[in-house]
Design a binder for this molecule. Structure first.
Ligand code: ADP
Ligand code: MG
Length: 1029
């Protein structure tokens, strides 16, 4: 409701309950008018829907609209018939109970359209399985068939239903429509034989003539022109622009094929329809005795053919009557008017029963087949649609109106039971104090009509069977006698002088709940009796037409008891209808037509007021509003308006009732505005609710923004948390993987270390698995390390200390390495240097460890010679020209006697050593005559070349001094080519001054180098303390 309130100012109120002046009929009409002028044809009174026929297509029955209303709370959208249908459906699905939708209103108000809209809504919106589509199609297509046979054009409605219809739509436990069942009520069969001016017979006759194929018509013996048929042309309105019989015929034909009708069925059915038309054209003539005859049997023959009866038997039955006396049957001819009566009775009976057959046939096709085959489908619920004639008040009202209005009284009873009483019961249940409002309980009128033995129907029945001359007038007298005192009954006689003028002599007046209706008793007896002469019945029972045979059972003939009268039948069928309805949840649709001219956009106040009155709408509204305009369960109320009070927003945690109390106190309801029931809040005035709704509307926008923000925040946070969660998971897994890797590595390391330690402990034991790896590792490691520590040259004596185990290998390697270095070194030496080295080796052999200054001399390279050729006197060169000079050096020569020092050159050739003074060779010492060479162990440069004493040519040994002592001596020794020729002496040495005389040289150390002759005539050679350095 609340959602629709927003539009209330523009187009009235969408629920009459919210009308402030709810007791005023004018306000009611105004509201309807306002809405109607805006094409808003639907308005609620609570859950009752008031619908005004727009007489134009409004485009409010689209698929979109159906979807819009699907599953939406009743009051959230503007009123619509779909809202009623949808709510009935949803309550049915959730509560698993049965419902009915009662559609009432006068002819042309839109009842049938409404029921079709509901059916369509279900067909479109209900869930559907493929196998059940056929059931849905049949439900939908049963309509055009029933309308063809049961609807007709009347003055009020071009497609007026001339029967009452109750249709059950059955749903299975999933809410899928699985089947249906139709009950028809009181078809207006008099229409078959008679129509008022401007009205037509049932559609099917015109459809058949207009649309039927040539062969079919020929087979039925019919002409296309409806004017040719009496039964069709009395209303002088065989054609109506708004009706397209040809198209309708196609629709109906198609529907027949879907609803299981066989060729034979159709042949029989149209045979019957055609024979009704033929019946109407039978022409009776009066003979001399006033009895009826049929001069032309053309029609008789056709009827006989189509119904499968003997023509003469039929003819007989139409013109004669069997009268049963005690023991015998007497056949007497019928008077002309009785023959006509018999003919019409036959036409009516045939049509009526065929219609009933048709309904049964449709029902058998609507039976939910799956239900019978599968025991699971036990949970079936139904929604019933009751499309029944509304209250009728004409200028002349007959038996039909009597029945129809009685029916409406009964339905009003139901409404009172289910709604008005229920409303008051609600207050009681809720413990709300209120003043019971007076509504008119029409039970008293129902009783007036239907009470056993006392009611009008009983009186009518009695009059019908009473022996003796019973007439409509005698019936009226009986009424005056028996119910004359009833407050709702009047006749001309009973009425005071005031009312007298308005009631005819043949009339009685009932004060219905909806108003007075005056009925003319003319025809009551006849219509109630509905007599079909036994004779005719017999003929029909013998018919070869299988439909008729089903309609007219032979058993009926045997039953001698009177069949129940039409009135009683109707009363019974009504009470069983009410039994059906009373067990179901009611939904009401009240249809109103806006004018009598079927005109769109014309709002005729008078016509409408009239309907408002007899539809009981004001009464309904009054009760709805009697106490409180609006009620709602605490939960729902709180849920909607909780945002208006800080205490209840956003959540109220206490009992909803207390929440509502807090809420309404906060928004300032005064005590007279509301009452709190047990489960509901009741609001007395619409304006209170409007104010609340306005406040809510205002706060909604703010709320929406807040909710949106919160929601967006929520979404973002959710997304963020999700991402975070994912990141954490990833991290955890990654860390796990890393840790596993690390643990593996550590484990591996521990093993390696352990092995290493074990290997270390066992390193000196023979190779075994315990130490093998360690040993190999140490070796490998040593060797690999060695790479970086290999000595770079021969002099580099460093070597990586082996860790014990590979000591042998290390030594071998070291040796190899040294050799390799030496080899490399040697290979790299020039010849000259090799020669020098060889000389040094000789020097080493001679002096190493024997003479001071040796070590220092090592790194002084030897020269090839210390004298160049120019340094040597050419004469000397001349003298020794046949010998190659190997070496020359300046020396100091000491005299053997005086030890006088003299500058000389020592020249060495292959053969001899020459001591030379300028151009003179002073001494030539051949190597062969050379005894040895001596030096001291000190750092002096003295060396003595000893001559063999036997050599006479020699003067004595040569005492020489050179600063290149090691070089000179080495060269000399090498040239001499004798081993141990050099002698290194300590202390002193002896030498020959002459072959017979020896001298001594003493070697000493002192603070200063000096060489002198001492007084003993010895040569003293003093070297400094530190040697030759
Ligand atoms: N909701 C509607 N929208 C448009 N036209 C409608 C509507 N209801 C009824 N009518 C028109 O009114 C006519 C009579 O309606 P119908 O349902 O046959 O009346 P009822 O069954 O009450 O006698 C329909 O043929 C149709 O033209
Ligand atoms: Mg109708």
């Amino acid at each position: 409701m609340e959602g629709t309130l927003t539009a209330r100012d523009k187009v009235g109120v969408q629920d009459f309950v919210l009308l402030d002046a709810y007791t005023s009929e004018s306000a009611f009409v105004d509201n309807l008018r306002k809405r109607f002028s805006k094409n808003l044809i639907y308005t609620y009174i609570g859950t009752l829907l008031v619908s005004v026929n727009p007489y134009q297509e409004l485009g409010i029955y689209t698929l979109n609209q159906m979807e819009l209303y699907q599953g939406v709370n009743f009051f959230e959208l503007p009123p619509h018939i779909y809202a009623i249908a949808d709510n009935a459906y949803r309550v049915m699905c959730s509560e698993l109970n049965n419902h009915f939708i009662l559609i009432s209103g006068e002819s042309g108000a839109g009842k049938t359209e409404a029921s079709k809209k509901i059916l369509q809504y279900f067909a479109v919106t209900c869930p559907m399985t493929e196998s059940l589509q056929i059931a849905r199609d049949r439900l939908l297509l049963s309509n055009p068939v029933l309308e063809a046979f049961g609807n007709a054009k009347t003055l009020r409605n071009d497609n007026s239903s001339r029967f009452g219809k109750y249709m059950d739509i059955q749903f299975d436990f999933k809410g899928i429509p699985v089947g249906g069942h139709i009950i028809s009520y009181l078809i207006e069969k008099s229409r078959v034989v008679y129509q008022n001016q401007g009205e037509r017979n049932f559609h099917i006759f015109y459809q058949l003539l207009e649309g039927g194929e040539e062969e079919l018509l020929a087979y039925l013996g019919l002409e296309r022109d409806p004017q040719l048929y009496k039964y069709l042309s009395q209303g002088q309105c065989v054609k109506e622009s708004s009706i397209n019989d040809k198209n309708d015929w196609k629709t109906v034909s198609n529907a027949f094929s879907v609803i299981d009708f066989t060729e034979e069925d159709l042949e029989n059915l149209f045979g019957i329809i055609a024979s009704v038309l033929h019946l109407g054209n039978i022409y009776f003539k009066e003979d001399d005795q006033g009895c009826a005859t049929i001069p032309d049997t053309h029609e008789i023959k056709w009827i006989a053919k189509l119904l499968g009866v003997h023509p003469s038997v039929l003819l007989d039955a139409l013109t004669h009557r069997k009268i049963e006396a005690k023991t015998e049957e007497v056949i007497c001819p019928l008077m002309l008017d009785l023959s006509i009566y018999a003919r019409d009775a036959m036409a009516k009976a045939v049509y009526e029963r065929t219609f009933t057959w048709l309904v049964n046939k449709i029902n058998s096709s609507l039976v939910n087949k799956s239900a019978s085959s599968s025991p699971d489908f036990t949970r079936k619920t139904v929604i019933g649609l009751l499309d029944i004639y509304g209250f009728e008040v004409f200028d002349k009202n007959g038996f039909e109106q009597f029945c129809i209005n009685y029916c409406n009284e009964k339905l009003q009873q139901l409404l009172i039971e289910r709604t008005l009483k229920a409303e008051q019961a609600e207050y009681e249940v809720e413990g709300i104090e209120w003043e019971p409002i007076q509504y008119f309980n029409n039970k008293i009128i129902c009783d007036l009509v239907e009470e056993r033995h006392k009611g009008i129907i009983s009186i009518l029945d009695e009059e019908c069977i009473r022996p003796g001359p019973a007439t409509d007038l005698s019936f009226l007298e009986k009424l005056e006698e028996k119910v004359g005192k009833h407050a709702h009954f009047q006749t001309r006689k009973l009425a005071g002088p005031k009312g007298r003028q308005r009631i005819g002599w043949m009339e009685f007046r009932l004060l219905h709940y909806a108003g007075e209706v005056t009925y003319c008793t003319k025809g009551f007896l006849e219509k109630n009796n509905d007599l079909l002469y036994r004779h005719l019945k017999e003929v029909l029972c013998q018919s070869k037409n299988s439909i008729l045979r089903e309609c007219f059972l032979a058993a009926e003939l045997k039953n001698r008891r009177r069949p129940p009268t039409v009135g009683t039948q109707f009363k019974n069928s009504l009470s069983s209808l009410l039994e059906i309805l009373i067990s179901k949840e009611p939904w009401y649709i009240r249809c109103i037509k806006p004018n009598d001219g079927k005109e769109p956009s014309k709002f005729d106040d008078l016509v409408i007021r009239h309907q408002i009155k007899y539809l009981g709408l004001m009464e309904h509204l009054r009760v709805r509003r009697a106490g409180f305009a609006y009620r709602r369960q605490y939960e729902g109320f709180l849920q909607r308006y909780k945002s208006l009070c800080p205490d209840t927003w956003p959540h109220w945690h206490g009992p909803p009732a207390e929440g509502v109390e807090r809420l309404i106190k906060y928004i300032g309801y005064t005590p007279e505005e509301y009452k709190l029931g047990k489960t509901k809040i009741f609001i007395r005035f619409p304006r209170t609710l409007f104010a609340t709704e306005d406040a809510f509307e205002f706060s909604k926008h703010q709320l929406v923004a807040r909710i949106q923000a919160t929601y967006k925040g929520c979404l973002e946070r959710r997304a963020y948390l999700k991402k975070r969660q994912a990141a954490i998971k990833l991290q955890a897994h990654w860390r796990g993987a890393l840790a596993q890797k690390e643990a593996k590595r550590r484990k591996w390391a521990v093993q390696i270390i352990r092995k290493f330690i074990k290997g270390f402990i066992n390193r000196n034991k023979p190779l075994s698995p315990d130490n093998e790896d360690f040993v190999v590792f140490v070796r490998k490691n040593f060797i690999l390390n060695l790479r970086y520590h290999i000595p770079k040259n021969v002099l580099d004596k460093s070597w990586l200390r082996p860790p014990g185990i590979p000591e042998n290998a290390s030594n071998l390697l070291r040796k190899m390495c040294t050799r390799n270095l030496v080899r490399k070194y040697c290979c790299g030496l020039p010849a000259e240097r090799i020669a020098q080295m060889q000389q040094k080796v000789v020097t080493s052999d001679i002096f190493r460890g024997k003479k001071d200054g040796y070590a220092e001399s090592l790194n002084q390279p030897f020269a090839n010679s210390r004298l160049d050729e120019e340094d040597i006197n050419p004469k000397v060169l001349q003298l020794i020209s046949n010998e190659k000079i190997q070496y020359g050096v300046p020396v100091i020569k000491y005299d053997r006697k005086g030890f006088k020092a003299r500058q000389r050159q020592l020249i060495l050739t292959q053969k001899a050593a020459y001591v030379v003074e300028l151009a003179k060779i002073k001494q030539k010492i051949e190597y062969s005559a050379l005894k040895g060479v001596s030096t001291s162990n000190l750092s002096d440069g003295i060396f003595v070349i000893h001559i063999s004493p036997g050599d006479y040519r020699q003067k004595g040994d040569a005492i020489l001094q050179s600063e290149h002592i090691f070089e000179v001596v080495t060269k000399l020794a090498m040239l001499i080519k004798r081993e141990n020729v050099v002698n290194v002496v300590q202390g002193s040495l002896q030498f020959y001054i002459s072959p017979a005389k020896e001298g001594t040289i003493v070697f000493n150390t002192g603070p200063e180098e000096q060489i002198y002759k001492d007084k003993n005539g010895q040569l003293i050679v003093v070297s400094d303390y530190f040697g030759g350095g």
